[in-house]
Design a protein around this ligand. Structure first.
Ligand code: ZN
Ligand code: MN
Length: 434
């Protein structure tokens, strides 16, 4: 149903890595600790306990803002966001509403699209509910953990754009070393605000008057599935001439569908107001300049540098400036001082077993592993021959079974009777998929 176009904004939550929780003195690292051992009157929400803002958390949120091209607010404050839930003992969450730490900002995708942010704010996490045979137990260790929330504008036009964006955020956070953002440990949570609109609305720049919020998505794959499922579901409702209800939904990981959870609160239901227990914060320009001076090289800069300073090709530069490839960059830089950068990159990318070698051993490997220069045409020919012979494997790849990719790469090398640049072969194979 291509009549309807996706309108999508993301909210990304993750825990900052700080020594203490965000408004009290409890040690923030509670992983593996017994339930309710990292607690105090403040994070238990007891009457009379007073919060104090953790400057380490504030600063790390601001560093993130700088890295994501945000404007940092010189005046910022905390607000109370009210809702009633067992894992929120005070009946409100300390968050930020009108004056978040960071405003605007953007992340650039590979295709050059600038995905704009609305804000980045700091808030406290809730406790953890454990549902067990009709009872709910609460572990307050997580209560008051420093949580950063990144909110984007409704700028994504496809699920894959959203996934690429979220991965880039993860890369930046890891480069800044301010959080672990391990999705498997639930340290990065995604929420998608999804609606669809007609071509006419899109042309006129009209946004839909509803949105469906899919909460607590904890993998990139589920994010993609949830979005695509919602596009279908909402298009069908609109097609019948009905209205899509504004609600929260959850993603069912077994059935690959989203399910209704509750009617979504409106902003007014939260009764936001400034938290009178926390003084407003003022920052001077010098503070922002100091933070900016200490920013590390960011993935986007790494990518540019690999191409301009080291003359790597686009695939190599992308490999070393995205995801796990970023873990190899320091090694690449030090080896590239002593040898041909292109050969170093080839070996690091194509021969994973060399990544653990000492620099000296690595350099002697380079001599042994001379990837012969093979022309694009020759590579293309070899890929086509293999794809003609390997129709089954190719069909599997087409239906999303990525495991056969390396098998096909191996067949191409066999066809070439030599080793060749794996990333190049992969990109040629992928180009044949369309
Ligand atoms: Zn505490
Ligand atoms: Mn939040």
């Amino acid at each position: 149903m291509s009549k309807y176009h996706l309108v999508l904004g993301l909210e990304i939550h993750f825990h900052l890595r700080t020594k203490k929780k965000v408004f009290c003195g409890c040690i923030a690292n509670f992983y593996g600790a017994k339930p309710n051992t990292h607690v105090c009157p403040t994070c238990l929400g007891l009457p009379g306990a007073l919060p104090v803002a953790n400057f380490e958390a504030v600063e790390k949120a601001q560093i993130l803002g700088l890295a994501l091209n945000c404007k940092l607010n010189e005046f910022s404050r905390f607000d109370r966001k009210h809702y009633f839930y067992p894992d929120l003992p005070k009946g409100y969450q300390i968050s930020q509403y009108l004056y978040p730490l960071c405003l605007d900002g953007f992340v650039e995708l590979e295709n050059g699209k600038k995905c704009e942010l609305e804000r980045i704010h700091l808030e406290e996490d809730t406790a953890k509910s454990i549902h067990r045979s009709g009872e709910t137990l609460i572990d307050y260790n997580k209560s008051g953990s420093p949580l950063v929330e990144i909110v984007t504008k409704p700028i994504f036009e496809s699920a894959s754009e959203a996934v690429e964006f979220a991965k880039k955020i993860q890369d930046v956070v890891r480069t800044l070393d301010i959080a672990d953002v391990d999705m498997e440990k639930g340290q990065l949570r995604l929420e998608a605000n999804i609606s669809v609109r007609t071509t006419e609305m899109k042309e006129k720049g009209i946004l839909p008057d509803y949105k469906v919020e899919v909460k607590n998505i904890n993998s990139f794959r589920f994010l993609e599935k949830a979005i695509n499922y919602e596009i279908e579901r909402q298009s069908e409702i609109l097609e019948k001439g009905e209205r899509v209800p504004q609600e929260n939904r959850g993603f069912n990981e077994v059935k690959n569908i989203t399910v209704s959870q509750r009617k979504k609160e409106e902003v007014k239901d939260y009764r936001y107001f400034p938290d009178p227990d926390l003084p407003p914060m003022f920052f001077d320009k010098k503070h922002f300049e100091d933070l900016r001076k200490n920013l590390p090289e960011l993935p986007r800069q790494t990518y540019e540098k690999l191409k301009s300073k080291y003359s790597l090709n686009d695939n190599q530069a992308k490999f070393l400036s995205n995801g796990d490839g970023l873990l190899l960059v320091e090694k690449f830089y030090s080896l590239a001082e002593k040898s041909d950068p292109i050969k170093v990159a080839n070996l690091l990318i194509n021969k994973p077993e060399t990544r653990e070698l000492s620099n000296d051993d690595f350099l002697s490997q380079i001599k042994a592993f001379a990837v012969s220069e093979i022309s694009e045409e020759r590579l293309n020919e070899a890929v086509e021959t293999v794809l003609r012979n390997e129709t089954d494997a190719f069909e599997k790849l087409r239906s999303g079974k990525d495991q056969v990719l390396m098998y096909l790469v191996g067949q191409v090398m066999r066809e070439l009777k030599t080793k060749a640049d794996t990333t190049k072969i992969i990109s040629i194979i992928k180009s044949k998929l369309n």
